[in-house]
Design a protein around this ligand. Structure first.
Ligand code: ITT
Length: 196
């Protein structure tokens, strides 16, 4: 395959994972920041709305086909929070460590059996004149009582995978990419790209 896409993300963790998944397939990703595209305000009501908004914004600024990833963590005991607010759970300028601390605080009194959660990812692909297309993935786990592991980004050090006996921050990058919400959404996107 030989495709060039602007990647509508400013998150270095996502850029690294999407690059590792797509570049070996001959899909060249240009980070929107390298093309001077500012990050848009994420005003969508759900992951799909935000993914579409980001893809449209990057396409409008560059004229290139665009790919966007909107993702986040849904915790059952918190009614699905932080959800679309995952990146700014502890405030608009919060970093991953502050978000993780807030998550641990919110779950302080919640026992292990009720700490179930999932990562969700929606990828939007906009390559006019075709209509925008959406691809989804989700990854089940639970929230650990303390951080473990240094890989990945965001909430990975708290996302415990009972079947594997470790957090997603303890997985080699390639294994996380094979299993993750993002890896699943990318696989569906690649399948659709091959059909076009
Ligand atoms: P862009 O919008 O620029 O892509 P963002 O970080 O603002 O970057 P989102 O609004 O989609 O992106 O928020 C996603 C957040 O969800 C991210 O910042 C992490 O906190 C969390 N997240 C998503 N995927 C994750 C993963 O694979 N591992 C850990 N945390 C993840």
């Amino acid at each position: 395959m030989n495709h060039r896409l602007v990647l509508a993300s400013s998150n270095p963790g996502k850029l690294a994972e999407l690059g590792a998944l797509l570049e070996p397939l001959g899909i060249e990703l240009l980070a929107q920041s390298a093309l001077g595209v500012p990050a848009p305000e994420e005003t969508g009501a759900d992951f799909a709305g935000n993914a579409l908004l980001k893809a449209r914004h990057a396409h409008q600024h560059t004229g290139l086909s665009a790919l966007a990833d909107d993702s986040g963590l849904e915790v059952d005991a918190l009614g699905g929070a932080p959800g679309v607010y995952s990146a700014r759970y502890a405030g608009p300028q919060a970093d991953a460590q502050q978000n993780n601390l807030r998550l641990l605080r919110e779950l302080d009194a919640v026992p292990r059996a009720r700490r179930t959660a999932r990562f969700r990812c929606v990828i939007a692909w906009l390559a006019p004149p075709a209509p925008a297309a959406l691809f989804e993935g989700s990854w089940e786990g639970c929230i650990a009582e303390r951080p473990q592991g240094a890989g990945g980004f965001g909430y990975d050090s708290l996302f415990y995978l009972p079947d594997l006996g470790c957090t997603s921050a303890e997985l080699p990058a390639a294994q996380k990419n094979r299993l993750s919400h993002r890896g699943q959404a990318v696989a569906a996107f690649v399948h659709a790209l091959r059909q076009r």
